[in-house]
Write a protein that binds this ligand. Structure first.
Ligand SMILES: Cc1cc2nc3c(=O)[nH]c(=O)nc-3n(C[C@H](O)[C@H](O)[C@H](O)COP(=O)(O)OP(=O)(O)OC[C@H]3O[C@@H](n4cnc5c(N)ncnc54)[C@H](O)[C@@H]3O)c2cc1C
Ligand code: SF4
Ligand code: SF4
Length: 492
């Protein structure tokens, strides 16, 4: 499971970024000024009340300790799998009883000073020491295990779960209970990224209910999965909103998704760390796919996980497809694929999926923008539009890479350019000083060329897509004519 869990930003709001300051103020400042501990009373009231309506939302969005774990401890955490026994009901209950017993004992001692000058200091000090204990114990667990290990059995989390259950029982939180919601299960890549970035190591993608919601009571509704889902299909929503969303979500391009067994019949090395895999379909023996779609390749069973790859082949007989994969340094899935996949292996695929890069049949001018490994869908697509799109009068492909030897299928594109006068192929290199080809970025060329009336399809890095999107809007291209696909979540 090396490289499985991903460290990613979880502090999207001001409170989540800086609430850790309160923890240190109480836990350390309280040693000098014990009354600071009384702040914790407000925190306890806040978390008990909010959880009645919103489950563990507090833990993911307001908790000062959560902020400390996510902001200060995560960067130095080993970020390993949280031991299962720390999540077990028996441990959580046992720890809750132990903690409450100790806490009540300390409170009773402080109440012996009721009515004296010292009382507030004594009471505050109980909270100060408790806060300090969590900073130290939670901190050690953060570093050696995972930054949110403490939260698995935190007594305040247990109180929140009880309060939430009461709210549910009384049916008063239906309108406030926002859960992680998937727009449509058909659109999910089953990549498991939501699980890999989840501070609690939950697996939403494997557990969505019939209402498309993630009902796990431990979810802290921190939205880290929402921010990282490459398919951009997650949100926090009430049950009513979830049902509406499901009705409104367009799944065209995904309706023919099917399970496929395929044999690897060829593996070619195209460049350093870039390989082309040919999959020949077995069950079913033929699969109808369009250029511009992508396919999911299963990388493991437990937990079930796939990786999405653009189909690079032009569909000649529906009997096979090709994908081109770039090995990612410390990449979990590509390391499995590059180290374990061999010719003759039978693998599970799912798809075909997607219509973002499938061109509009009415298009007359088509502009393809690619960078990095984002070039792969355009291999099949250029051939497809040149052969099968009778309205097309011009096709331009801008291909941005760093070095000349990264220009895969370069000869193929040059041959198409020679064969079809309406096709223009423009490679652009960002780092190769020795090459005689055009230097710079795709966006540099985009600024110079006439794109009036074009339908534009982009695939590649988030930055290239965002920058190009704005250039295109400035050039007068309507939003409806711009489509894109990226392995990263892109919100324009
Ligand atoms: C629709 C679609 C089409 C695609 N088409 C192609 C294609 O044709 N060819 C292709 O090669 N790829 C394609 N991809 C990308 C592909 O799906 C995978 O994302 C890619 O192969 C990397 O997978 P991985 O598991 O090796 O990397 P991951 O392990 O998922 O890593 C992904 C990124 O996260 C970073 N990361 C990983 N672990 C950590 C960590 N612990 N801490 C910090 N950062 C971390 C990595 O550096 C990397 O940048 C496509 C993606 C989509 C959504
Ligand atoms: S992150 Fe991946 S597995 Fe999770 S919901 Fe999004 S597409 Fe599906
Ligand atoms: S499932 Fe999503 S919202 Fe819930 S805890 Fe995990 S990352 Fe946060």
């Amino acid at each position: 499971m090396e490289y499985y869990y991903i460290k990613t930003n979880r502090t999207f709001t001001f409170i989540r970024k800086y609430a850790w300051f309160i923890t240190l103020l109480v836990a350390i400042g309280g040693l000098w000024e014990p009354k600071l501990g009384l702040l914790v009373l407000f925190i306890m009231a806040g978390l008990t009340i909010t959880s009645f309506f919103t489950g563990r939302y507090w833990c993911g969005n307001f908790c000062p300790h959560g902020s400390l774990f996510d902001r200060l401890y995560l960067p130095i955490s080993r970020n390993r799998k949280i031991p299962e026994f720390l999540k077990s009901k028996a441990f959580i209950l046992g720890f809750f009883i132990f903690f409450m017993f100790n806490f009540s004992r300390k409170l009773l001692k402080a109440f012996r000073f009721w009515g004296t000058y010292d009382f507030l200091d004594r009471l505050g000090y109980v909270f100060v020491t408790t806060y300090l204990m969590v900073v130290i114990a939670g901190g050690i667990l953060s570093i050696v295990s995972n930054s949110r290990t403490w939260c698995q059995f935190c007594p305040m989390g247990t109180i929140q779960k009880l309060s939430y259950k009461l709210g549910k029982l009384l049916r008063v939180n239906k309108k406030t209970d926002k859960k992680i919601t998937i727009a449509s299960k058909e659109l999910c890549h089953s990549c498991g990224k939501c699980a890999r970035v989840c501070p609690f190591q939950l697996t939403p993608y494997l557990e969505f209910s019939d209402n498309n919601q993630f009902d796990n009571i431990n979810c802290i509704r921190c939205a880290t999965c929402v921010e990282n889902c490459p398919a951009n299909i997650l949100s926090l929503a009430t049950e009513e909103e979830a049902l509406k969303l499901r009705e409104l979500t367009d799944i065209s391009g995904y309706e023919n998704r099917q399970r496929i067994k395929a044999k690897i019949t060829d593996i070619k090395e195209l460049a350093k760390d870039i390989k082309e895999f040919t999959f020949t379909f077995m069950e079913p023996e033929t699969v109808d796919y369009k250029a511009g779609q992508f396919i999911l390749v299963k990388i493991q069973d437990n937990p079930k996980a796939f990786r999405a790859y653009s189909i690079s082949s032009y569909n000649e007989d529906s009997k096979k497809l090709k994908v081109i994969i770039k090995k990612v340094e410390r990449g979990y899935g590509t390391n499995i694929i590059f180290n374990e996949f061999k010719i003759g292996d039978v693998v599970d695929l799912e798809g075909p999926m997607g219509n973002e890069l499938v061109p509009d049949k009415a298009a007359e001018r088509i502009l393809f923008l690619a960078n990095g490994i984002g070039i792969t869908p355009f291999i099949g697509l250029t051939k497809d539009v040149l052969l099968n799109y009778p309205n097309v009068k011009e096709v331009i492909l801008l291909n941005g890479q760093r070095y000349e030897d990264e220009l895969i299928y370069d000869e193929y594109f040059k041959t198409l350019e020679r064969l079809y006068t309406k096709f223009k192929y423009i490679p652009v290199l960002s780092r190769d000083k020795a090459s005689s080809l055009r230097k710079g970025y795709v966006t540099d060329v985009l600024k110079e060329i006439d794109v009036t009336g074009s339908h534009v399809y982009m695939c590649g890095s988030k930055n290239m897509i965002l920058d190009s999107y704005h250039i295109l809007l400035n050039k007068g291209i309507e939003k409806e004519r711009i489509s894109y696909e990226s392995e990263e979540k892109v919100a324009v």
